[in-house]
Design a protein around this ligand. Structure first.
Ligand code: URP
Ligand code: ZN
Ligand code: ZN
Length: 461
């Protein structure tokens, strides 16, 4: 039996804030109370620190085959980077190859994830909805994969049309799952890419111009209408634009169940990054692209008002040398994506909580509790008796600077290079085991991460 006692911390949940001790037995939270006196194998003094639930990043792509290469973090390096930053669970996207079954793709992702050091779950991305795939949905939900990702962009590779979307929504609704979406109008994007290529404007910044906010808001609006028609619970990933938030707000007014995710980079960066010299803008090529400051404001307001429910990262790193430079002469060949899983918690704490944009309770809600509840990770997301002991001991005052020289992402650059952050993860427990202490991961073993079977979507949420 392993026992850990965490003393004198300040415990935060989505609603509460109190000083107490927390006792962990065999990977589960056994007791929370003041002055606990249990004998333990390890006692941690958390005086001066916050005690938080382990973070859940609901949007990552480890070892993703994409645009002629693979994202640079695999499940081992990516989840280890997550643990360093207090993210103890990820939900990665298992992406169907068109023509293959959903089960094929899940088998592939299970295999890749065997070496994971943090806990993981999968969204199943449906890129080819047909009679065969339809029959697989119920079994996949029973197997604990209860959300289905769709792409309205990346035509010819991942995109599905509205007819497939409707068919998928109906089946997923019937079986108790949730449909999620990458909302961008793929045809609009492709037409703009073609236009810029014809005009010979091929720098990274044209990637951003080829993915305008209206491509996102149009797709989100259409997706939400399809969801309304099929009475589906739905979730929009990586929301980046004010225009999209405007569409979403209209749907709340008709009482539609819609969950909205944004990502740290859309809250923190603005499109001036595409003006960097020496092809550096390529580091920020992702879809949707980094938007304007005004869009950032709309997303922060969404977090404040409750219209944005989760903050993820869309962690999908590519090396500047050897991967991003595949698009040196043509922005459309730059692999889309960037790293973020390690710094989500610290960045949003520093920029959100410390700067007074969101409360500490709201921080816990959007980083930990909401992703757990929306996606059916019911043993995670909050500190309560019987829950998994995924716990972060966080020093709210420690300052540090993000750099590719010191990060744990397996990639040669960082979109947050030089960013000064206040607040640092000190100790992390995953299922009751101390996995990170003062930046060291000595106890971590390859493959210790567990697949988390999720519960069906709760339509009462
Ligand atoms: O640019 C991005 N976002 N890359 C990863 C794939 C996706 O669209 O989420
Ligand atoms: Zn996407
Ligand atoms: Zn993504």
């Amino acid at each position: 039996m392993s026992k850990v006692l965490i003393k004198n911390g300040r415990i935060f949940s989505a609603h509460d804030d109190y000083e107490a001790d927390l006792f962990v037995v065999n990977g589960k939270i056994m007791a929370i109370g003041q002055g606990l006196e249990y004998s333990s194998d390890e006692t941690i003094d958390a005086h001066g620190c916050y005690v938080l639930p382990g973070g859940i990043d609901a949007h990552t792509h480890m070892e993703l085959p994409f645009m002629g290469t693979h994202s640079a973090d695999d499940f081992e390096t990516g989840t280890l980077a997550g643990l360093h930053g207090g993210t103890t669970s990820i939900i990665d996207f298992a992406i169907q190859t068109q023509g293959n079954t959903l089960q094929d793709c899940l088998n592939t992702w299970h295999e890749k994830a065997m070496k994971s050091v943090g806990d993981y779950a999968f969204h199943c991305a449906v890129t080819d909805f047909n009679e065969k795939t339809k029959k697989e949905i119920a079994g996949i939900i029973e197997g604990g994969i209860t959300s289905f990702k769709t792409f309205m962009a990346y035509k010819g590779a991942l995109m599905i049309d509205d007819k497939m979307m409707l068919g998928l929504m109906k089946e997923v609704r019937k079986c108790g799952g949730l449909v999620t979406v990458h909302a961008e109008n793929g045809d609009m994007v492709d037409a703009l890419v073609d236009q810029y290529k014809r005009e010979g404007t091929l720098d990274p910044k044209y990637h951003a111009l080829a993915h305008p906010p209206i491509a996102e808001s149009e797709a989100a609006n259409r997706f939400l209408d399809l969801a309304h028609q099929t009475d589906s619970g739905v979730y929009i990933v990586h929301t980046s634009a004010r225009d999209t938030m405007t569409e979403v707000r209209k749907k709340f007014l008709r009482d539609q169940r819609v969950f909205v995710e944004t990502c740290a980079q859309y809250l923190l960066l603005d499109d001036s990054v595409y003006d960097k010299p020496n092809f550096e803008g390529a580091k920020y090529v992702m879809s949707p692209p980094i938007r304007k400051k005004d869009d950032q404001e709309a997303l922060w307001h969404g977090l404040q008002s409750g219209h944005v429910h989760t903050v993820a990262t869309d962690h999908c790193p590519f090396n500047f040398c050897g991967q991003k430079d595949m698009g040196k002469d043509d922005f459309s060949k730059i692999p889309n994506g960037a790293a973020g899983v390690e710094h989500r918690m610290e960045l949003i704490f520093s920029e959100g909580v410390r700067k007074g944009r969101i409360t500490m309770n709201r921080f816990v809600e959007v980083m930990c509790t909401n992703p757990a509840n929306i996606f059916g990770l019911h043993s995670k997301g909050s500190l309560a008796i019987g829950k998994d002991a995924d716990i972060v001991i966080f020093d709210p005052n420690q300052k540090h600077t993000i750099s590719a020289k010191t990060h744990h992402h397996n990639v040669d650059s960082s979109i947050y290079e030089g960013w000064e952050v206040t607040g640092k993860v000190r100790t992390v427990l995953s299922n009751g085991k101390i996995v990170i202490n003062e930046g060291k991961a000595d106890q971590v073993q390859k493959g210790q991460g567990q697949f988390v079977k999720r519960k069906p979507f709760n339509f009462a949420l």
